[in-house]
Ligand binder design. Sequence first.
Ligand code: FA5
Length: 331
Amino acid sequence: MIDLSKLPKDAEEASLAASTVDELVKVQNQFLGKKSELVAAKKALGSIPESERATAGKEINEIRVSIESVIDKRRVEIEDTEWETYFLNDVADLTEVLNPITRGHLHLITQARDQLEDVFVGMGFTVAEGPEVETAWYNFEALNIPDWHPARGNFDTIFVDLGEEEEVMLRSHTSPVQIRTMEEQRPPIYIVAPGRTFRTDSADATHLPAFNQIEGLVIDKGITMGDLAGTIDSFVQAFFGEEVKSRLRPSYFPFTEPSAEFDISRPDGSWLELGGCGMVHPNVLKNCGIDPEEWQGFAFGFGIDRLVSMRYQLDDIRELVLNDARFLRQF
Ligand code: FA5
């Protein structure tokens, strides 16, 4: 009779001594392989009395199961340690590329646009939008600028090579949104429309070829120039603070009558032109199917980039589009 009782303990000790999977495979062969005592014992079963065979077979089986479980347990341990060692050795030093990660923020123009919307929404306006590519009808004609009108020349328009000549263009101001709004909504109307505008202007300290304007349009009953002046004054104070003053100067736009340009006071006492405004011309109302006898209104449009450069005392408006992170990070 072979004594198998010490096998599980021997197998456990041998397993614990194995520190790699290869070593453990050897232990497994030693205790469970073809030449193992256990297999020899199994073969010997045939030579023992039949009455003892079942009990001995059962014992052999139990021992095999217990050795298997000892080896399996050890295999998991070894594998875990091997992975851990592998990962520890595989660590790369990335400190050089790990720049401190700073959070980005909205561009100055976007911030100003959002604040402008907030100020006007607070005054009861809603926000409207229009396309950046426009037709002559919206950019000029409906605004009382027929094709023979010399004012078309003031807008330095960038035309798009589509349809008839000078028929499609990048909008040269946000005023076309006035028309689109009046076509869609019946008065009373209180809207502002911020957006990008384009002109052939060369970039310099106060001009960009692609810049931003915000348009305002109010159509209601009994609206006067006084409402316009009051609205602009409230806006200027809400946006710039109490100390900044605004003034209107007579001017000319085909789509407003009377028309004015409005300026705001600089800290040094001088004035900066921010935009144009006026009472909506009766022809513009008629072009949109609104009866000028019944409804009146005012409109204004000013440059957001100019407004930002004034607010932050920028010497050159081009700073806003140069994409220099050292500049942008300051705001
Ligand atoms: C207009 O564009 C009119 N649509 C404004 C208006 C609206 C008048 C409603 C009456 C009623 P103007 O061409 O002056 O007007 O432009 C308005 C403002 O846009 C300017 O005062 C300036 O602040 C800004 N602006 C114009 N051209 C540029 C440019 N190239 N770069 C940056 N800002 C500009």
